[in-house]
Design a protein around this ligand. Sequence first.
Ligand code: C2E
Ligand code: MG
Ligand code: MG
Ligand code: MG
Length: 279
Amino acid sequence: RSKSAGRNCFTVYDEAMSAELEARNTLEGDLRDAIARCQLEVHYQPFVDAASGVRRGFEALVRWRHPSRGLIPPDQFIPLAEETGLIVPLGEFVLRRACADAAGWPSDLTVAVNLSPIQFKEAELFEMICAALADSGLPPPRLEIEITESVLLERGVENLAFMERLKSIGIELALDDFGTGYSSLSYLVAFPFDKIKIDKSFIRNLTHQPRSSAIISSIVTLARGLDMSVTAEGVETAEEFERLRTLGVNFAQGYLFGRPQPVGEIELDAAESSRLDAA
Ligand code: C2E
Ligand code: MG
Ligand code: MG
Ligand code: MG
């Protein structure tokens, strides 16, 4: 009796496993098609200079317009793309799209693109980035590359050399989601970042947890000493923005200034930056 119950259990478990595997395979197949059929979209979220409120550029954020499931956010497919290696063609698509779009913007606006740690293992990544810049005509100083600490954990020497190459042609480097990972301070000294992006979880606590201010102001002090600038991400309220300005943050990004939006919906006239300026 117990033997057959055991077998039933095993069958149920087995079926659940294969259903999950099947769903995953379907999603993987769909994602492969989506890349081939250009169903991925790049949306852009503005960031502003904290002191003046003037818009300085946009971060490129990928979205998947699924034929039956609608617009899927990156958290739901980037991990799968990373596990399957699809992040490589996906990442190239986003970078090329972002460079091409930004090349059409006023020359004082930059574009920031997120790179996955998996892409860092590609031997031809530097050449691909150079080709995307050359094909779009975007000057390298108008491109910023965002990476997270997880990139720095492995292959430190190779990654340092790669980052130095990017910097040598004028590309800016940002350390994304600062404070969420291992946050080894030695990374900041060892790697040539231009910018630190403080993770939105610290901004969220800012107004109801005064001690968060201490963290932000020490990051600002540290960054100044290392000649890096600081961006606060996830700024949603005017109170948060005011506090961050007082704390000396250089740039701010978040729903307060704009949600990620399709390129066609971005307002590029001078009136927009002066509106932010007055705010
Ligand atoms: P991230 O690079 O840290 O991007 C910031 C995320 O915070 C974005 O989520 C953005 O929409 C969201 N955000 C911005 N302002 C606010 C705010 O005021 N409040 C709140 N609650 N959220 C805000 P999104 O677009 O869902 O992207 C999530 C993550 O997916 C990104 O985090 C990035 O790590 C990854 N990702 C997005 N696009 C790409 C890509 O093209 N390549 C790679 N490798 N990763 C990407
Ligand atoms: Mg980012
Ligand atoms: Mg971030
Ligand atoms: Mg993030």
